[in-house]
Design a protein around this ligand. Structure first.
Ligand code: TXA
Ligand code: MG
Length: 372
């Protein structure tokens, strides 16, 4: 085993393990017992949640958590989420919670949402990157809950991709990034949501969405009336002009993960947003040779007619954002694997769940989003 100097700079750690992939569809599967035993022994396990697959370690064991940063090639100033199985475990990892917040938490968990609290002294600094706050999530998948319960400790876990790559939504996608770096991947099939959790900071006033997700601003506002961040960008059917998100490296942003390039395939990505017909026309004009397409089902025929040789993947109907979100990362990886130079992607309106989808797409495209 290597000692993890130069984290994020040197691609070390591959080949240290024979990575095993085991099915885990039921909470009492033996694979989950094996996974929990590995966690207690200080090892890493990739596990399924309804959002994306996580790369887990014992959240109380700094040496185990350090292995996460090594396996991912993740900068150590980017804090991790602690995954818990109960209110009891929540109280262990946070400093305090008032009755009103507890009521909201009880209704939002288990689910695809991460909330940030003041941390308890029990949480090691490496988990929170030295911050006084800690991100916590109780996932919906019973397999994930069972894994945490059997481990008996909070599981520190980022998404199980190599740093900067799209998050994995299948065990195969985890294997692509983590083969040889970890001993075990639990396989429960494709994640049902497919985008990472909504991250809400409850330590600031007003409470703030730091990363949009499946639970949109409008839903969370019912729990946190003054909530800020992740709002719809569409008014009267028109997209609002807004600056592309960019944070200088020298600044410490509120969500440290925001400053890194993310969700990015190897290919150059262009996203088109607008009427379906117009997106199709713009894709036809723009397309270079050696390009791939991620399109709505409504566009499929026209794009296939125009580019019979090109790889085309279908995100789903433009009317079904949940299906688009569920397939997005998997299809980005799939089309990228073919070695195309350009990927043209159909974008969605930035309202409701579309805010989260466009947040990921815009990062995958390095801000290269064209309104047609
Ligand atoms: O759906 C998900 O959230 C998945 C599954 C595995 O739970 N996890 C995930 O983790 O996406 P990760 O590490 O890829 O993203 C966590 C985000 C990062 O942007 C990180 O900077 C932010 O949450 N974060 C974690 N702790 C924080 C804290 N104390 N304050 C502010 N941001 C925090
Ligand atoms: Mg991630």
């Amino acid at each position: 085993m290597n000692e993890g100097r130069d984290i994020g700079l040197v691609d070390e750690g591959a080949g240290a393990y024979e990575t095993e992939l085991l099915p885990a569809f039921f909470p009492e599967d033996d694979s989950i017992r094996q996974a929990a035993a590995l966690i207690r022994a200080g090892e890493l396990v990739a596990f399924p949640t309804e959002t994306v697959y996580g790369l887990g370690a014992n959240g109380y064991d700094p040496k185990a958590v350090e292995k996460i940063f090594m396996a991912k090639g993740r900068p150590q100033d980017n804090p991790l989420i602690l995954h818990i199985d109960s209110e009891e475990m929540l109280r262990e990892v946070i400093y305090d919670i008032d009755e009103k917040t507890l009521k909201s938490v009880r209704r939002l968990w288990p689910g695809p949402i991460t909330m940030i609290f003041e941390k308890s002294p029990r949480v090691p600094d490496i988990v929170t990157a030295g911050l006084s706050t800690v991100a916590v999530r109780l996932p919906m998948y019973r397999v994930a809950q069972s894994f945490i319960s059997k481990a008996g400790v909070p599981i520190a876990a980022p998404s199980a991709n190599r740093s900067g790559r799209p998050s994995p939504t299948t065990a195969k996608d985890v294997l692509e990034d983590m083969d040889g770096r970890i001993p075990l991947i639990l396989d429960a099939g494709p994640s049902s949501i497919g985008l990472e959790s909504t991250v809400v900071d409850l330590t600031s006033y007003p409470p703030t969405i730091l990363r949009p997700g499946f639970y949109p601003h409008s839903l969370l506002q019912r729990f946190f009336p003054d909530l800020r961040g992740g709002e719809d960008q569409i008014m009267d059917g028109e997209t609002q002009e807004k600056p592309v998100l960019s944070i200088p490296d020298s600044m410490t942003p509120k969500a440290p993960g925001l400053k890194y390039r993310h969700y990015a395939p190897n290919a150059h990505v262009t996203v088109y947003v607008g009427e379906v017909f117009q997106i199709t026309e713009r894709m036809k004009e723009a397309a270079a040779t050696n390009a791939g397409f991620l399109v709505f089902s409504e566009q499929e025929e026209a794009i296939r007619d125009a580019f019979p040789e090109a790889p085309i993947r279908v995100l789903g109907s433009y009317q079904h954002l949940d299906v688009i979100g569920q397939r997005l990362f998997r299809l980005l990886r799939e089309i990228d694997r073919l070695g195309v130079q350009e990927i043209y992607v159909a974008g969605v309106p930035e309202a409701a769940y579309g805010v989260a989808i466009m947040n990921r797409l815009s990062k995958a495209a390095g801000g290269n989003v064209i309104h047609v």
